[in-house]
Write a protein that binds this ligand. Structure first.
Ligand SMILES: [Mg+2]
Length: 354
């Protein structure tokens, strides 16, 4: 498999497995999650099996929009906006509030460049690793695509800076291994004309923390994210980068650690999984976990095909087309997913509480 193709496939599958592993722990503290499901390297959404949430769906929408765009940012933004509009009609169970409001704004006719709402939630981070793998070689183009992807739903500049940091990390991961402060230097160059001093300061702390091999739960508390890693973009991104810098070639160790920290675990594990996956490729994602994801009609095999077509389209933007799937099955799939989410909600009413 060519290098870019393996990075893209690894990024998509790494996102899916991280999402599926993190999902049952979402919103719990690390200690309660550990009491409920002690083995964090096992799928628990269904006993021994997993499904994916909005994080993976957004990564797949990004791939489809990149394929359809043929490198044109306007077209990319329009395609992504249509994916989000149709996605909402399928009644997805997990959707961030800012994303929901933005999609409603798209549906009432507000154009994609103005549909976003002022929020620094971590939604755009789920769409970023793939953008980094695709366009990390060209900082200007990368900034443009990350901006288009971010402003669709989130307009606080912090959301854009954070999403860009994720993309730069995914690109660095696809290129090989990187020393923490070398990564910071590259990020500074990419963000050079943006007033992103606060984020760069936090990433500087994440780099020093990674050099000391500090557990991410301690680092998260130190930057003010108590009771787990929150969905605030700067908390999510700095913690994900802290873990990635310490486990660049060890997918399972990285994912296990970020889930252990608790909080917005499906998104933190999905974004981290996308970044590490870009570095380790398909072979670095545990095969038993991939096989344990029970998704239909968008299976992990479909995601792999999607990644392969995207890689081809980046080389020859001519006539590549994203693989199809049985769209009418989506509401049924989403209803089944919702039932399991509700079952987890009921389970959480009972002990253990910490
Ligand atoms: Mg999610």
């Amino acid at each position: 498999m060519s290098k870019i193709r393996d990075s893209i496939v690894g990024c998509l599958l790494g996102t899916a497995v991280g999402d599926a592993l993190g999902l049952p722990y979402e919103g719990m503290t690390g200690s309660r999650g550990g009491s409920m499901f002690p083995d964090r390297c096992r799928l628990h959404f269904l006993p021994g099996y997993g499904m994916v949430s909005d994080d993976t769906e957004h990564a797949c929408f990004t791939a489809r929009a990149l394929i359809a765009s043929k490198g044109d940012p306007d077209r990319f933004e329009k395609e992504l906006a249509w994916s989000l509009r149709w996605w909402l009609l399928g009644m997805p169970a997990g959707i961030g509030f800012a994303t929901l409001r933005s999609i409603l704004r798209l549906w009432v006719g507000i154009p994609p460049e103005r549909s976003g709402v002022f929020s620094a939630g971590n939604g755009p981070a789920m769409r970023s690793p793939l953008l980094g793998v695709a366009y990390g070689n060209s900082p200007e183009r990368l900034r443009e695509f990350v901006l288009r992807s971010t402003r669709l739903t989130h307009t606080d500049p912090k959301a854009y800076y954070g999403a860009l940091a994720v993309a730069v990390a995914a690109h660095a991961s696809a290129e090989g291994s990187v020393a923490p402060h070398d990564f910071l230097r590259v990020l500074r160059e990419t963000l050079h004309d943006a007033p992103a001093g606060e984020l760069l300061g936090l990433i500087d702390r994440a780099c020093s923390s990674a050099e000391r091999d500090e557990p991410v739960s301690a680092f998260a508390t130190g930057i003010g994210s108590r009771n787990g890693i929150s969905g605030y973009m700067y908390h999510t991104v700095t913690c994900v980068i802290q873990v990635w810098l310490r486990h660049q070639k060890d997918y399972s160790a990285g994912i296990k650690e970020i889930i252990t920290a608790g909080g917005d675990t499906d998104t933190t594990a999905a974004v981290l999984g996308g970044i590490i996956g870009a570095g380790v490729g398909h072979a670095g994602i545990p095969r038993n976990l991939l096989a344990g994801i029970v998704e239909w009609p968008r299976s992990t095999a479909w995601m792999e095909r999607l990644g392969i077509v995207l890689a081809r389209s980046l080389k020859e933007p001519g006539n590549a087309e994203a693989p199809g799937y049985f769209v009418p099955a989506i509401p049924l799939r989403n209803a089944s997913f919702l039932l399991v989410v509700l079952a987890h909600g009921v389970r959480r009413l009972f002990p253990p509480y910490r």
